[in-house]
Design a protein around this ligand. Structure first.
Ligand code: NAP
Length: 497
């Protein structure tokens, strides 16, 4: 992979802003990206605080059977770190982790990471941030960048008796890989993207698979074609070919993403693909179980090569009888039936609204993030937060999602952040967004989101906040890049550092 990358930036960039200290929170895709771009710009005093013992965020945490990314691999790469060696159209979780680890190593990011350094608080005073970790270490920073991710705090379901289960029980993001599954009766609770990948991987490979479905999912079938050695070689030989393919995938994804947020007519072609796939389920009883009662794309669409085949396997049981409780032997459903299990996987998702929290962040004048975000996670363009000078976010609340690759979105946000950072360093200022433009921006995003299928498609999902409004921007990557191309400086207050 590294063969196709640009030369090492440590040799090319001259140091600047030597006395500017950066703390990045999180070493996932966005945190690593931020560090690369800071190094490229010549900044050197950078620390990445990582709560775990390895880098990689989502792709470190999720090692469940079948874990993969349903965004095409070339598009799920940094645009500047072309990887010609992806094995197939969609990459497996382990390959994605290896890619991002390889990029971090290549760009000199790994030595910047402090592991087991969970940030508990960040406090602003006298122009500086003091960032404190669980071990009591304190890092002083001029600029803090939160790259903590939206989907990393597992939600454990509130089901009676969960603790009484005698077999192995874990959340999908805490999968126990030491357990041999072949001869086991496995239960999976949930039908989101994680569960559907697990079911697709395990159907026919375990003794029995019980899928506990509370809500049916719409599934958009995709084909995961392998990349031949010749295809890989051609990507390696020609950067242009790689870039063309990247652009093609980006265009396709944006078109599909646009459909997600357009009118019923605008979505018709995409939605028909899902209806046709569902119609292919042979057993009418099973088809009825799998038929959602809300609009296609209201919940995050499942893109799958094989889920519908998997649920039709004779060893798979789709259980729609609601769960009553968990007992020592397995799961009891409301009809009183006991589903005996050896392993129970909780594919019950993540608390997407815990972004940054429970970290305690205290900004200018002692104003806390909890106070600023009491009603809604107010920010300016999902990047800067009123009352929090020189504190910036990547992929924060109301970032675009479901319309483009999250990697491209992070790149667009980092480009904007770099404009702010250059100003902070060159003008020796603190920058903080004004509250009125932040509120105006947020109102606009929320209005668009409410009008989208995520808001009015008749479903519950992790997209929605407590008011029932999606916490996602409906913009595509192209639109976001346009919006973030130039900073409107009058939307910020600047003070000398
Ligand atoms: P999720 O989409 O939030 O799904 C959680 C599932 O658990 C839902 O089916 C939910 O049912 C069910 N559930 C929750 N509590 C339950 C309870 N008490 N009883 C029964 N069922 C319960 O979580 P996820 O599958 O982990 O995916 C989260 C997000 O991660 C995805 O939307 C996607 O953005 C990302 N992801 C991406 C990929 C990829 O390939 N790119 C792969 C995996 C995940 P209800 O629907 O009824 O609430």
């Amino acid at each position: 992979m590294t063969k196709a990358m640009p030369s090492d930036i440590r040799e090319t960039a001259s140091p600047r802003g030597k006395d500017t200290r950066f703390v990045i929170i999180g070493s996932g895709i966005s945190g690593v990206l931020m560090a690369i771009k800071l190094l490229e710009r010549g900044y050197r005093d950078i620390v990445i605080l990582e709560k775990a013992g390895r880098m990689g965020g989502t792709w470190r945490d999720n090692v469940y059977p079948g874990v993969a990314c349903d965004v095409a691999a070339h598009l799920y790469s940094y645009s500047f770190a072309r990887n010609p060696w992806w094995n197939s159209r969609y990459a497996k979780g382990a390959d994605i982790w290896a890619y991002y680890h390889g990029v971090a190593r290549h760009y000199g990011v790994l030595p910047l990471i402090r592991y087991y350094a969970e940030v508990l608080s960040a406090e602003f005073g006298e122009g500086l941030w003091q960032v404190t970790t669980r071990d009591g270490d304190v890092f002083t920073a001029d600029v803090v960048i939160a790259a903590a991710g939206r989907l990393h705090r597992p939600v454990m379901p509130e089901i009676e008796g969960l603790d009484s289960f005698a077999g192995a029980l874990f959340h999908t993001a805490r999968w126990d890989q030491t357990i041999e599954l072949a001869d086991k009766r496995v239960g999976v609770i949930g039908t989101g993207s994680s569960a559907t990948q697990i079911v697709t991987a395990l159907a026919g490979k375990v003794e029995r698979l019980s899928l506990f479905q509370r809500t049916a999912q719409w599934v958009f079938p995709v084909k995961d074609t392998p990349n031949s050695w010749w295809t890989k070689l051609r990507f390696w030989l020609s950067k242009r070919r790689w870039d063309d393919y990247y652009r093609q995938l980006r265009g396709e994804t944006e078109a599909r993403g646009k459909a997600a947020t357009s009118t019923v007519e605008g979505r018709a072609a995409r939605d028909q693909v899902c209806h046709d796939a569902l119609a292919g389920i042979r057993d009418p009883e099973l088809r009825a179980k799998l038929t959602p009662d809300y609009d296609v794309g209201c919940k995050r669409l499942v893109f799958s090569d094989g889920y519908y085949e998997a649920v039709q396997h004779p060893s798979v049981d789709v259980v729609v009888d609601p769960i009553a409780r968990v007992v020592r032997e397995g799961v009891v459903t409301e009809s009183g039936k006991l589903h005996e299990l050896d392993v129970l996987a909780l594919a019950t998702g993540f608390d997407a609204h815990a972004y940054i929290r429970p970290m305690q962040v205290t900004g200018e004048g002692g104003v806390t993030l909890d106070e600023v975000w009491r009603d809604l996670p107010l920010s300016y363009r999902s990047i800067a937060i009123p009352h929090m000078p020189n504190f910036l976010m990547i992929n924060g609340p109301y970032s675009p999602g479901g319309t483009s690759s999250v990697v491209g979105i992070a790149e667009a946000q980092v480009d904007y952040i770099l404009q702010l950072i250059d100003r902070i360093v060159e003008q020796q200022v603190q920058i903080v967004p004004r509250e009125e433009p932040a509120r105006a921006w947020l109102d606009g995003i929320r209005a668009k989101a409410r009008d989208s299928v995520w808001g009015n498609g008749g479903c519950q999902s992790w997209y929605l906040d407590k008011t029932g409004t999606p916490t996602l921007d409906t913009s595509t990557l192209s639109e976001l890049q346009e919006q973030l191309a130039e900073v409107q400086w009058d939307h910020f207050v600047e003070r000398p550092r």
